[in-house]
Ligand binder design. Structure first.
Ligand code: HEC
Length: 472
């Protein structure tokens, strides 16, 4: 964590509360926490609320699996998918929701049941890097109508993710020190995340219930976000790289989970799940048990309704289906021919577009992809794009048979196998691990005239082909 902007701000005007917060928590200078924070003297007085601190004291040895993880690894993700997903959601909630203001939740330094959770380093960098309230990065676009038929404005999701102890172990191996570049040897050896790794991620949007019906009664965080993404702002739709940001209330939209479970043999040992917010449910709905202990806004975390679970990409299922405009009149289509995706049939789930041919995907995700399709491209260097095309017109629509090129994005993988095996090393489905390496190399390359730009990996194991430097 430490260095950065907050130090610059602190010289004269940042309040001692915010200043002390960053330095009390972790005295050692580590990876930078964030790239963007509200400047002093804006708004009504100085900001004195929580400031994002990156948790990066990754474990050096494999932490023992706590009882929560052990219980999850015994559950049947294929046969009891919705209960499995809910159990993982509640595991991620435990100790991270503290029952007061939701602005203070998910401060990983304060987990009240003593569980260690970590952030990915190097997500602060670049124009979409972390902001300083909650470490939110700017994510992919939310195109009109992708969330609901009344969503007329485009925007972008803002998101933050967390890894539990076993996941932190891998980050510590790849990033042994904040003062040096990544060590890829563990990935080159085909070693990814250990069994018992659990990852959670929340996605927020500034769009509200006037455009997205299920975002009523919202759970809100502050976000220091680009005006180009805020429909009510004068800068809306403008040039985001112009760097105009402001503090906005954003609404919880989606939660993603990843679980490394060796029983998921077709998907390199990963199970993926996702949740959609639904603010229209009664207080005591079927997914609310984990939040009964809280009062006030904290109860709303449980309005995250399971969408489904996937543990493979159904590589043989090549008949197209696309739903680009989900709504009550155009409800979720459950594809019963899929063998490795289960979708929640409950009417408590708002209408979903899902992924290609109804594979698992979240509200904010591209309907021509799937969780595992996109994450399977997690490799360094990223020689293949995350999707074959972003143009819906070029995607296999209803009943069309997909091409082999398209189905390349719906393959299954062995543990450690890269999307372009031989030309890249797998980051084991972790996009944040990939981004950390990419961002570092890009930063270094920019400051050293291309010295660290990596083009592709050779298949003779001598290392990456670079313009002048090896990563070792
Ligand atoms: C079209 C691409 C794409 C799709 C589809 C997608 N993701 Fe991601 N995901 C990303 C990228 C890029 C990141 C890294 C940036 C970030 O932190 O959000 C990411 C990050 C994550 C993280 C944080 C952990 C990590 O390091 O990867 C989780 C958890 C996650 N996604 C789960 C999911 C789930 C579950 C789904 C399906 C519901 C999904 N993703 C669909 C691209 C995608």
């Amino acid at each position: 964590m430490k260095k950065l902007i907050s130090i610059g701000l602190a010289c004269s005007t940042l309040t001692s509360a915010a200043f002390a917060q960053n330095f009390e928590v972790e005295p050692i200078v580590g990876f930078p926490d964030f790239g963007f924070m509200v400047p002093p003297g804006t708004g009504d007085g100085e900001y004195t609320g929580p400031v994002f601190v990156l948790r990066d004291d990754y474990p050096k040895t494999m932490p023992p699996l706590d009882s929560g993880v052990q219980e999850i690894l015994k559950m049947d993700f294929a046969g009891d998918s919705i209960n499995y997903a809910t159990a993982v959601r509640d595991y991620i909630f435990e100790g991270n929701i503290r029952g007061g203001s939701v602005e203070a939740d998910f401060d990983l330094f304060k987990n009240s049941v003593g569980r260690d959770w970590y952030h990915a380093p190097w997500q602060h960098w670049g124009p979409n890097g972390r902001e300083g309230y909650h470490g939110l990065t700017r994510e992919g676009p939310l195109s009109p109508y992708v969330l609901d038929k009344t969503q007329k404005d485009k925007s972008s999701a803002y998101a933050v993710g967390f890894y539990n102890g076993p996941g932190g172990l891998t980050f510590g191996k790849v990033w042994p020190s904040a003062d040096q570049g990544p060590d890829l040897s563990t990935l080159i050896a085909g070693e990814g995340f250990p069994e018992g790794t659990i990852v959670g991620k929340f996605l927020f949007t500034v769009l509200d219930e006037t455009q997205v019906s299920y975002l009523s009664n919202p759970l809100q965080w502050n976000a220091y976000m680009y005006d180009c993404d805020v429909p009510s702002s004068a800068g809306y739709g403008g040039d985001c790289t112009a760097d105009k940001r402001s503090t906005q209330k954003v609404n919880l939209l989606q939660m993603d989970i990843m679980i490394k479970d060796n029983r998921a043999v077709d998907a390199a040992g990963w199970v993926f799940g996702t949740f959609s917010y639904n603010g229209n449910l009664p207080a005591d709905h079927q997914y609310s048990a984990a939040c009964e202990q809280y009062s006030g806004d904290a109860k709303k975390w449980c309005n995250l309704v399971p969408v489904g679970v996937m543990w493979g990409n159904d590589p043989d299922n090549d008949i197209g289906h696309l739903n680009l405009t989900p709504s009550v009149d155009n409800p979720t289509v459950i594809n019963k021919t899929l063998k490795q995706t289960v979708i929640n049939p409950s009417p408590d789930l708002p209408a979903q577009h899902l992924g290609w041919a109804s594979r698992l995907d979240g509200p904010a995700d591209n309907p021509g992809s799937s969780c595992m399709s996109c994450h399977s491209t997690g490799q360094y260097p990223a020689v293949s794009p995350i999707m074959l095309t972003f143009n819906p017109a070029e995607m296999p629509h209803d009943g069309a048979t997909a091409s082999p090129e398209w189905m390349r994005y719906f393959r299954n993988f062995k543990d450690g196998e890269a999307f372009d095996e031989g030309r890249a090393v797998s980051t084991d489905f972790s996009m944040q691990l990939l981004k950390s390496i990419q961002n570092y190399v890009e930063w270094r390359s920019q400051s050293q005239q291309g010295g660290y730009a990596v083009e592709y990996w050779t298949d003779n194991n001598v290392g990456p082909v670079t313009r002048g430097a090896h990563l070792e």
